[in-house]
Design a protein around this ligand. Sequence first.
Ligand SMILES: NC(=O)c1ccc[n+]([C@@H]2O[C@H](COP(=O)([O-])OP(=O)(O)OC[C@H]3O[C@@H](n4cnc5c(N)ncnc54)[C@H](O)[C@@H]3O)[C@@H](O)[C@H]2O)c1
Length: 339
Amino acid sequence: MQVLVTGGGGYIGSVLIELLLERGYRVKCLDRFFFGEQTLSELSGNPNLEIIKDDIRWFDPGILNGVDTVMDLAALSNDPSGELDPEKTMEINYKGRVRVASLAKKYGVERYILASSCSVYGFQDEIVCETSSTNPLTTYAKANLMAEQDVMPMADERFSVTVLRQATVYGLSPRMRFDLAINGMVLGFYKNGKIPIMRDGTQWRPFVHVRDTSKAFIMVMESEKEVVNREIFNVGSNEQNVQIHPLAKLIAESINLPFNFEWYGSPDKRSYRVDFSKIHDKLGFRASYTPKEGAKEVYDALVSGKITDNIKTRTVEWYKYLLEAQKIVREVEMNGIIL
Ligand SMILES: NC(=O)c1ccc[n+]([C@@H]2O[C@H](COP(=O)([O-])OP(=O)(O)OC[C@H]3O[C@@H](n4cnc5c(N)ncnc54)[C@H](O)[C@@H]3O)[C@@H](O)[C@H]2O)c1
C-alpha cells in the first residue's frame, strides 16, 4: 500500500509520515520544503520513504503511478500567511489542491483526503457541526472551502474523497510551529515566565494534538470506503473546545510553574465551538493527548534544547521573508544590480 503525502515536510505532515512508516506503509512525500528538508532527516534513510522536492502546482503526475491514497496537506497554512499574497494563496491552497485531486483520480488513486480546517466555519454563536453553514472570513479559509467544494464532486465508486476539517493543532513536531495558540503560549512562558493571552480570554477555540490529527488521516484511509467516501469530518474532540484563559492556567499547571500571564491584542469576543461527535461516532476516533500533555512536551523540548524558536517556526514571518527575498532576486535579475 502506497501513500502520497503532499506537504509531508510540514508540521503535521512530518508526524503523519512517521506514523505511516511505523505502520508499514510505503510513503511518497511531495513538498517544496519551504521550511527545509531537515524536518524529515530522521526518516530519510527509511527504504519505504521516497522524498520528492516539487510543487503541487506543477509536479510531474507520473509520481502518482502506484499510489493508493493521497493525503493532501500542502498549503500556505494559516490566516496571516494567506493574506501576504492572496493570489498565490488561491493558486496553491485552492487550485493546487484541486489539481492534485483531479490528477489522482486520473491516475487511478483510490482515495483522496483533503486537509481542511475548522476555519471554514468562521466565528459563530452556535456550536457548529459538519452540516452547519460555513462562514469563511479570510483568504485562507475561503481557499479551503473552495477546494472542498471542487474536490467533493470528483467522488465516485472508484475514487473516494474525504475532507478533514482540523481544529487548531498543538504539540511537538520536527517542523515546529510557534504561531499556533498552545505552542505559542508555551514559548512565551518559557521565554518570559508569562503566558501571552489574547484579550479577553473568554473566547472558545477547538484544539487537537498533532499525533491525533495525523491518526485521523490514517483512520480515514483504513476505514471502509462506504463510511468515508463523500464525507466531511471535523477532527478534534468535544472536551478540547476550551476557553483561552482557563487553557493558559492548564498550561501553567502542566509545566508546574506559578500561573503568570500577560494580555495582548484588543478584546477579541469572536469565539467558536465545534461539534466533533461525527468522527467519534462513525470512525471511533478518540483524542489520545490533552493540551496539558502537549504543552508539557513542548516545554520540555524547549528546556532540553531539542527545539528553538527560530524564524522558520513563525510561519507568516518566514513566508514574508521568502516573498521579500524572491522580490529582491527578481529585481536583481531585471536590473542587473550586483551588490
Ligand atoms: N496546523 C494547524 O493548526 C492546522 C489546522 C487546520 C488545518 N491545517 C491544514 O493542514 C495542512 C498542514 O498544515 P501544517 O500545520 O502542517 O502546515 P505547514 O506549513 O507546517 O506545512 C505545509 C507544508 O506544505 C508545503 N507547501 C506549501 N506550498 C506548497 C506547494 N505549492 N507545493 C508543495 N508543497 C508546498 C510547505 O513546504 C510545508 O512543508 C495545511 O493544509 C493546513 O492548512 C493545519
